[in-house]
Design a protein around this ligand. Structure first.
Ligand code: ADP
Ligand code: ZN
Length: 213
């Protein structure tokens, strides 16, 4: 099963991708996670990507396409994968399509999580992320049991540097302009499935599961 999770920053793609990964035993591939790891390790890729990420802009297409091409040929992707945060532009979607076609593969479904802007702003400004395992919490709506400590693994929680108001507004703008057109792109291929991303994460997850199985 090959899935794409589409939706604006803060729509819960990452959370749902984690749940899907556990349920279907296929890896979640998050370009955001891969890029943040490169920034943390201060690699050449990380240095290049950081400039864009800090401003809420997209990392150039060639860079992320290269990362995905390398990743989806790994043995753990044979039975499928969940793409979280990729593709984010029409060019990325086209290249992904070509790459999969050459491998004799295809995307099964594109799951689009719809959440209104006011809710996204609330979620993103209060978000806390685990440095260690990537689990996500929220200052008010989903606080950890112990302040600044991850419930899952005991890791340290932090606020992503791009989760500040100015950068969030920019990311939402970039989403509308560059990424939202992918809905029509996949709609035409008959792959788009839209889910209202409001409400609890378990309720959303069971809807997603019904849509893919
Ligand atoms: P969010 O969806 O909450 O904005 P991500 O972790 O998916 O967070 O992405 C964080 C940042 O990483 C983006 O703002 C962008 O700079 C970069 N990035 C991630 N995925 C891509 C991609 N497919 N194309 C270009 N840039 C990307
Ligand atoms: Zn953790």
């Amino acid at each position: 099963m090959r899935l794409i999770l589409l939706g604006p920053p803060g729509s819960g793609k990452g959370t749902q991708a984690n749940l899907l990964q556990d349920k279907f035993s296929i890896p979640k591939i998050s370009t955001g996670d891969i890029l943040r790891a490169a920034v943390e390790d201060d690699t050449e890729l990380g240095k290049q990507a950081k400039k864009f990420m800090d401003k809420g802009e997209l990392v150039p297409d060639e860079v992320v396409i290269g990362l995905i091409k390398e990743r989806i040929v790994e043995p753990d992707c044979e039975a499928g994968f969940i793409l979280d945060g990729f593709p984010r532009t029409i060019v990325q979607a086209e290249k992904l399509g070509e790459t999969l076609e050459a491998m004799g593969q295809d995307i099964d479904s594109v799951l689009d999580l719809e959440v209104d802007r006011g809710e996204l702003l609330v979620r993103l400004t209060g978000r806390r992320t685990c440095k260690n395992c990537g689990a996500m919490f929220h200052r008010t709506s989903h606080p950890p049991k112990v302040e600044e400590i991850c419930d899952e693994c005991g890791g340290e929680l932090y606020q992503r540097p791009d989760d500040n108001e100015e950068t969030i507004v920019k990311r939402l703008e970039v989403y509308s302009k560059e990424t939202a057109p992918l809905k029509e792109f996949y709609q035409k291929q008959g792959k788009l499935k839209t889910i209202q991303g409001r409400g609890g994460m378990d309720a959303i997850f069971s809807q997603l599961c019904k849509m893919v199985s």
